[in-house]
Design a protein around this ligand. Structure first.
Ligand code: ADP
Ligand code: MG
Length: 228
């Protein structure tokens, strides 16, 4: 369960205040499938970064499973992120010198999982994304779609409860993008809470709930806010 209350994220650029998020109230139930759309610069990535504990709100409160994560120190935040959250980016963000399997293994290494368990788990998730035969390939030896599937395997290898994807199909052709969304949707069917930021109305329309951001605020949301 995710709860944002009055979340603001302001930046000061050249003396100008930018209200990237300007008072966002949002509840996401476990297992929801939500798309976030809105004009460029409306705060979509900023919102995803806050949700993913990659950034902190300037003000407001963010709770995960009832726990206020806004004020946690960096070490605890990093641990909560590693345990609960997976992130998928438009440009994949794979380490070019590591194989697909090594990229996927990284979060487990950081979490201190012993090598034999790491290897077993890596093979499981690579199989889940259909890349068993590509485990030893470097990112440069993979197609764009395979790179994104590798990134999805890396994002889910720690079995997070929340998966955040920022324009995950933005660098893929339509067909490959649709396959990547199919894969994310299968993970959601398996129970993970899925939030997809997209420019593509067709992809955004596939979600169970549709949120529109404008000027750092929720301008439309066809989900039901849980009573609190
Ligand atoms: P979107 O993903 O919807 O295109 P962003 O969340 O990236 O929008 O950006 C929202 C606004 O915040 C924009 O005006 C952007 O320039 C600004 N912004 C985002 N990140 C930063 C940052 N790190 N420093 C300064 N301004 C930022
Ligand atoms: Mg963005």
């Amino acid at each position: 369960m995710i709860q944002l209350d009055g979340v603001q994220r302001h930046f000061t650029v050249g003396g100008e205040l930018v209200r990237a998020l300007d008072g966002v109230d949002l509840d996401l139930a476990d297992g929801e499938y939500v798309s976030i759309m809105g004009p460029s610069g409306s705060g979509k990535s900023t919102l995803l970064h806050v949700l993913g504990l990659l950034d902190r709100p300037t003000s407001g409160v963010y709770r995960i499973d009832g726990r206020d994560v806004t004020a946690l120190d960096d070490e605890v935040r990093t641990r909560v992120r590693a345990e609960k959250i997976g992130f998928v980016f438009q440009f994949f963000h794979l380490v070019p010198r590591l194989t697909a399997a090594e990229n996927v293994e990284l979060p487990l290494t950081l979490a201190g999982v012993p090598p034999p368990q790491r290897r077993e788990r890596v093979m499981q998730v690579l199989e889940a994304v259909g890349l068993t035969g590509r485990a030893r390939h470097l990112p440069g030896q993979l197609s764009a779609g395979q790179r994104q599937r590798t990134a999805i395997a890396r994002a889910t290898v720690t079995s997070p409860s929340l998966l955040l994807a920022d324009e995950p199909t933005g660098n893929l052709d339509r067909r490959t993008g649709s396959d990547v969304i199919d894969l994310l949707e299968r993970l959601n069917t398996g129970g993970i809470t899925l939030v997809v930021v997209t420019h593509d109305p067709e992809i955004g329309g596939r979600a169970g709930r549709h949120i529109r951001l404008v000027d750092g605020r929720v301008a439309a949301d066809d989900g039901v806010r849980a009573a609190s």
